[in-house]
Ligand binder design. Structure first.
Ligand code: GAF
Length: 375
């Protein structure tokens, strides 16, 4: 079957072509890439210091470029986003003063990473970005851009940090320059993801356990609802605040430390919405640990059941799903050979992830396509 996404080499070739168009003469001296991710289970648990189980994807962001002699930076994106300029020029402040976010918004990820890069001063450079990670699809297009830019800077001026500190720097870039108070999952798996494995990440200790996931009888299908999600609105930060409020009412450092019994005992001190948010997080952390165990045993039915429970909880308790995602999950679950399906990522649009038997792939895709044609 032909690949449905471009190979890394094709993206690099595209970025090099745009580089030649924009900057003429010499070919770029450096080319790097970083993957997007799909989260199998453990949603909205990372900023509660819980567990997540994502895997890196063969969808990647590529940066090609070269150092220049001055303090000027020019970055061009090969990704066509009609609303925004594709080129940005700025100067690196020589006195260490902050690089302010601005327009175009994609350049804020570049500026943020420069700001939090762990070796200074960063030299001037010219670069082109190309990506196969769909924008706003909930597959971490932003984290893959941040990590790719960080890796690019490491080629220009090596830092002495480890991989976890690299992920943390990229997360900080997202906080300060994109205004999203995200957890660590996306950047972590983009830096530390391993081929043929999911990563069980403990978002408190920042330790990760690779879980093998290379069974030829198994397929992970990602379906894009094409409802474009954005986490920069008020909903994501509001969920995070509600969780912090719940933890503080329960007298816990985070919801990672809370049990359902704690929540029931504090029931009359929490409003209904906050209580539902906390219940999702407490149960989802437990589900994620169970799911990783099930995956290790090859107990796919059990894993699939936990995926569906996770989706229902995100829909009903955490309220971050939408009609299109719910319909995609229901449609996938109607097919024989499908183990489980759920929305993946922050929600409010984006993608679903479905675990199924390899021999069910064609009928699953056909069934989903039929649903899309009818509605
Ligand atoms: C987004 C965030 F960036 C992650 O940190 C995580 O909270 C996720 O939403 C929800 O699980 O991808």
């Amino acid at each position: 079957m032909a690949s449905v996404y471009p190979a890394v080499s094709e993206l690099v070739a595209e970025a090099r072509r745009v580089y030649a168009q924009e900057f003429g003469e010499e070919a770029p001296r450096t080319a790097v890439c970083a993957p997007g991710r799909v989260n199998l289970i453990g949603e909205h648990t990372d900023y509660n210091q819980g567990y997540v189980l994502p895997m890196a994807l063969p969808l990647v962001t590529v940066v090609v470029g070269s150092q220049t002699s001055g303090q000027d930076v020019t970055v061009v994106t090969a990704t066509k986003d009609a609303d925004e300029p594709r080129r940005v020029d700025f100067s690196l402040p020589g006195d260490g003063s902050p690089l302010s976010p601005g327009s175009p918004s994609w350049a804020n990820y570049v500026k943020g990473v420069i700001q939090h890069y762990r070796a200074s001063p960063v030299p001037g450079f010219r670069a082109v970005i190309a990506s196969s990670v769909p924008l706003g699809g909930g597959l971490s297009s932003s984290a893959s851009l941040e990590v790719a830019v960080y890796t690019f800077l490491q080629q220009l001026r090596p830092d002495d940090g480890d991989k976890v500190s690299k992920a943390v720097a990229c997360q900080q870039a997202e906080h300060t320059h994109a205004g999203v108070p995200c957890g660590i999952m996306d950047q972590f798996v983009s830096v530390l993801g391993r081929e043929g494995h999911a990563l069980l990440i403990d978002c408190r200790s920042l330790e990760a356990t690779p879980v093998p996931l290379a069974d030829p009888g198994l397929v992970i299908l990602i379906t894009n609802s094409n409802v474009r999600h954005s986490l920069t609105g008020s909903e994501y930060p509001m969920r995070r605040r509600q969780c912090e409020e719940a933890a503080s009412t329960l007298g816990k450092e985070s919801l990672r430390d809370a049990t359902m019994k704690d929540l029931e005992e504090a029931r009359d001190r929490l409003d209904d919405v906050t209580c539902r948010r906390a219940r999702h997080v407490i149960e989802e952390i437990e589900r994620t640990v169970q799911a990783a165990e099930a995956l290790k045993r090859g107990a796919y039915k059990e894993f699939g059941k936990l995926m569906v429970e996770s989706h229902n909880s995100l829909r009903d308790l955490y309220e971050v799903s939408c009609r299109e995602l719910d319909e995609l999950v229901s449609a996938a679950m109607e097919v024989d050979g499908v183990f489980g399906s759920r929305m993946t990522g922050g929600g409010f649009g984006g993608c679903t992830v479905t675990l199924l038997q390899a021999d069910a792939i064609d009928r699953t895709i056909l069934h989903i396509q039929r649903l899309i044609t009818v509605t």
